[in-house]
Every structure is written in C-alpha cells, then in structure tokens.
Design a protein around this ligand. Structure first.
Ligand code: SF4
Length: 81
C-alpha cells in the first residue's frame, strides 16, 4: 500500500517539475521574443542598439542607421583602393 502511495507521489512530483520546466522554457522563450521585438522596434525608430559600437554589433551588416552606413562606406573605400 505504501509502495503505491510512494509511486503516486513520485508521479505528482514528476508532473510538478515537468510543469515548472515547461513554465521556465515558456518564460525564456517569451523573454527572447520580447528582446527580438524590442530590437526591431528600436531599429525601426532609428535608434542604435549597441551604443554606436558598430564593428562589434550583430546587426552591422544590415543596419540602415547613418553611423553604420558611414562606416561600411569607409570600409568599402579602403578595400577598393
Ligand atoms: S550597427 Fe552601429 S548604428 Fe547600427 S545598431 Fe549597431 S551599433 Fe548602432
């Protein structure tokens, strides 16, 4: 009898941890999505994401802000000759 009760408790514990694991994954996913949406919103509004440190910025290649375009132009002029 106590063996059955212990198995039920383990199952409840497993379900609880499984639920918590799923909730944690959901929170992390929502956080990542919120960060991505915020980045897109800032770029759409013409605001810099990385304090103007373009060469280390992960959106440098696609960034349309004046600072990034200027640096890309200078880099292409140097590489052309
Ligand atoms: S590439 Fe430069 S200007 Fe564009 S978001 Fe990044 S740091 Fe700001």
């Amino acid at each position: 009898m106590s063996n059955v009760k212990q198995n039920k408790e383990l199952t409840r514990r497993d379900m609880l941890f499984g639920g918590l694991r799923c909730a944690a994954l959901g929170v992390m996913g929502a956080g990542g999505l919120a960060a991505a949406l915020k980045r897109k919103k800032l770029l759409r509004e013409g605001k810099c994401l990385n304090n103007g440190i373009c060469p280390q910025c992960h959106v440098f290649a696609d960034c349309g802000l004046p600072r990034a375009r200027s640096i890309r132009d200078k880099n292409s002029e140097r590489s052309d000759g």
